[in-house]
Design a protein. Structure first.
Length: 270
């Protein structure tokens, strides 16, 4: 493969309104796809979420609008409806909007909703997948979501329903030998672990992986009986996935994620 930079030339005179929903990967900026880099580099507007690594904005051309629309900082927080309208407004005004989202945009990312809305307003849409924390969160901690002899499947769940209740599907998952990956679940860790205890699986291995793939990555490993107390003793503050199942027992030691030597030399703008 050639290592020459990809040269990005804005198409002259084109202001075709369009939306590309782009997966930024789980954190490490080198885990973005080349197709995603190309989309960012040709964007007129980049609307980015809290979990998309901001370093990736360096791929955008100097004149592009870069707007944070996530919920984690002390910024104005958009409702999903307001965000949908913002995307459409930017597309009509500027042309190519990139919606940059952490992980994969279709895994608890609302990327599909945003595309549907934009499409209903006559905006052309495209999707660029990303590496999801649902798989890479476990992988970065040396755990395979499927593993011969340990797990034939994996199940990715959100910890809660739309109304904030504990996801009732967790109790079904606890009846199986699948690898369970819970997103957005740390605040419910004790209740989740209790579900496995109630299923008679006190010793079921569990892990919490915080800031997966980033230099601040932290792994806490225990079982359904111990994990909540372990995490309470040293609380999780960053994004984290909960991994439940035998695969945790088979984790392999990996080198710790290092500070990346990030460079946008992959792309030049003309
Ligand atoms: C709104 S969901 C978005 C998931 C994202 N679309 C994906 O595919 O990874 C946010 C949740 O993803 C998980 N997450 C995202 N990035 C993570 C990371 N680097 N390490 C651990 N968990 C992460 C956490 O459970 C977090 O609460």
């Amino acid at each position: 493969m050639s290592t020459r930079p990809i040269t990005m030339r804005p198409a002259p005179g084109t202001h075709r309104p369009r939306l590309t929903v782009v997966g930024a990967g789980p954190g490490d900026p080198e885990l973005i796809t080349l197709k995603a880099v190309r989309a960012i580099a040709t964007a007129d507007v980049v609307l980015y979420d809290a979990l998309a690594n901001e370093v990736l904005l360096e791929y955008a051309r100097p004149g592009a609008v870069k707007q944070y629309v996530g919920k984690r900082k002390a910024h104005k927080s958009y409702t999903q409806e307001a965000l949908n309208d913002l995307i459409v407004e930017h597309a009509l005004l500027h042309g190519h909007v990139v919606r940059l989202k952490g992980g994969d945009p279709f895994v608890f990312g609302r990327g599909h909703e945003e595309m549907q809305y934009a499409q209903s307003k006559g905006i052309a849409v495209a999707y660029i997948p990303g590496v999801s924390s649902a798989v890479a969160g476990a992988g970065a901690a040396g755990m395979a979501v499927t593993l011969r002899g340990a797990s034939r499947s994996f199940w990715t769940l959100t910890a809660t329903t739309d109304t904030g209740e504990l996801n009732p599907e967790l109790a079904f998952a606890a009846q199986t030998n699948t690898t369970v990956v819970v997103l957005m679940g740390v605040s419910k860790l004790a209740e989740i672990a209790q579900i496995w205890q109630d299923a008679g699986k006190d010793n079921c291995p569990m892990a919490v992986v915080e800031n997966a793939t980033l230099p601040q990555q932290r792994i806490v490993t225990g079982d359904a009986q111990s994990i909540a107390a372990q995490v309470a003793a040293d609380p999780i503050t960053g994004p984290a996935v909960i991994i439940i199942g035998e695969t945790v027992r088979h984790s392999i030691a990996l080198p710790e994620p290092t500070h990346f030597n990030f460079s946008t030399q992959l792309v030049t703008h003309e």
